[in-house]
Design a binder for this molecule. Structure first.
Ligand code: ATP
Length: 211
């Protein structure tokens, strides 16, 4: 089974590319969704989060109140790092379990969508890395239209991650996404064809960026 890690900066088109890949037949796992599961009561990060941040983060039905947790995490130095130290390895383990199962089922291509693939050091979960990359002006425009985020909010989010160009440099394939949806679809379909012919041993792999 080939495991592709799909990453990229905020608003660069990861989810859009994920949808295209799913339509083409890839099996997709979204690290954000797995991330939510580790916080659930009985989930692998639940007790450690309460022990670290206190019972005040527990909301209704014993669930961790993400808003309360966020307000603590973003108000105290080192807290975000502490939270990531708890959650990232657990999310990684949960994704590894899913991938193992898919492999045993004979899945050919699996894609892990993870905005924080590099930040969380999950790169060794995947065989190759694809990154979506868009110009900052395009990202600001998209995030304003899609989420009502101001340019200042978007820039602050961008600055809190590894710079998108750096992610692209560290990836095997770069999906440039500054145009329309049709252009993006064509690019992803071409990549899909190339990855499939590579798997069947009938094609050559020519990544469009150095790893
Ligand atoms: P985030 O990190 O915020 O989750 P993302 O990298 O997953 O973002 P998307 O959600 O795929 O990015 O894209 C952000 C917004 O831009 C969405 O509303 C999406 O529909 C739109 N979008 C992405 N690519 C294109 C494109 N090529 N043409 C038009 N709209 C696009």
């Amino acid at each position: 089974m080939l495991v592709i890690g799909l990453t990229g900066g905020i608003g660069s088109g990861k989810s859009t590319v994920s949808h295209i890949l799913a339509r083409l037949g890839a099996r997709m796992v979204d690290a954000d969704i797995v991330g939510h599961q580790v916080y659930e009561p009985g989930g692998p990060a639940y007790n450690d989060i309460i022990n670290t941040f206190g019972r005040e983060v527990v909301g209704t039905e014993g669930k961790i109140d993400r808003k309360r947790l966020a307000s603590i995490v973003f108000s105290k130095a080192d807290s975000l790092e502490k939270l990531n130290d708890i959650t990232h390895p657990r999310i990684r383990d949960a994704i590894a379990v899913i991938l193992k199962e898919w492999k045993s089922e004979g899945t050919e291509i699996a894609v892990v969508e993870a905005a924080v693939l590099f930040e969380a050091k999950w790169t060794n979960l995947v065989d190759e890395i694809w990154a979506t990359l868009s110009d900052e002006s395009v990202v600001l425009d998209r995030l304003f239209k899609a989420k009502g985020m101001s340019p200042e909010q978007s820039r602050a989010r961008l600055r809190s991650q590894i710079p998108p160009e750096e992610k692209a440099k560290r990836s095997d394939v770069v999906i440039r996404n500054n145009g329309g949806l049709e252009e993006l679809e064509k690019q992803v379909e071409d990549l899909w064809r190339s990855v499939n012919s590579r798997l069947k041993g009938s094609g050559t792999f020519s990544p469009n960026a150095p790893s």
